[in-house]
Design a protein around this ligand. Structure first.
Ligand SMILES: C=C1C=NC(C(F)(F)F)=NC1=N
Ligand SMILES: [Mg+2]
Length: 214
């Protein structure tokens, strides 16, 4: 996938695992994609998260849903699982395996890196990350150890410092604030609870997509 294709694919980036879903995760994902999700990250984390074989089995199901619908399937944190599932890529945080060693294992697959500050963004961009996950932009309920929300200024700051790689904002993004993330210079928004926690994931995704394309 070329850089520009990835930039477009980041538009509406859905992230979830079984702890985020009330309905069966594969059904939530199917509905979310029908509503306009453009890229998916399997993030099996938090209370009640599956482990080992169960985590892998769910990953295979969700990867299949993505492949059927032609959208990229990424795995959060777990490099070994990403390789086992032959995922399209991974997302790693500052405290996960260093970018250089992940790149060595994954070759030209997609590697996204979390960035909370301009410095972290610059380091990841220089280190060959394919995209940055910048946030939390707004207060989030989806990550227990989330840092203080930064607002959209941090995205503007990264762009003003000449960092051009694709950026997706993350953290408390939903209808009403999604557009401001794009206006600050991000190529897309990533959401967990706005879609996974919605009564109707398809409608929730469609509402967000519409706001992003207005
Ligand atoms: C902690 C995270 C930060 N950003 C992202 C993404 F949106 F994909 F960039 N995913 C994560 N799991
Ligand atoms: Mg992580």
């Amino acid at each position: 996938m070329t850089g520009e294709h990835l930039r477009d694919a980041l538009k509406l980036y859905f992230i979830m695992g079984s702890p985020n879903c009330t309905l069966p995760p594969e059904q939530v994902l199917e509905n979310a994609i029908r509503g306009g999700v453009t890229l998916f990250q399997y993030r099996e984390k938090g209370k009640g998260a599956r482990k080992g074989e169960e985590k892998k089995v769910l990953g295979e199901k969700l990867k299949w849903v993505c492949q059927k619908n032609g959208i990229p399937f990424l795995v959060n944190d777990d490099i070994a699982l990403a390789l086992e599932l032959d995922a399209d890529g991974v997302h790693v945080g500052q405290e996960d395996e260093p970018l250089a060693s992940v790149r060595e294992k994954l070759g030209d697959k997609i590697i996204g890196v979390s960035a909370y500050t301009l410095e972290e963004a610059r380091q990841a961009a220089n280190g060959g990350a394919n995209y940055l996950g910048v946030g939390p932009i707004f207060p989030t309920k989806s990550k227990e150890d989330a840092k203080a929300a930064k607002g959209t200024t941090v995205i503007r700051e990264i762009r003003q410092n000449g960092i051009r790689i694709p950026i997706v904002g993350i953290g408390g993004i939903g209808p009403g604030n999604a557009k401001s993330v794009i206006e600050a210079g991000a190529d897309g928004v990533s959401v967990i609870s706005s879609i996974a926690g919605a009564e109707d994931a398809e409608a929730a995704a469609a509402l967000l997509k519409r706001e992003l394309t207005l």
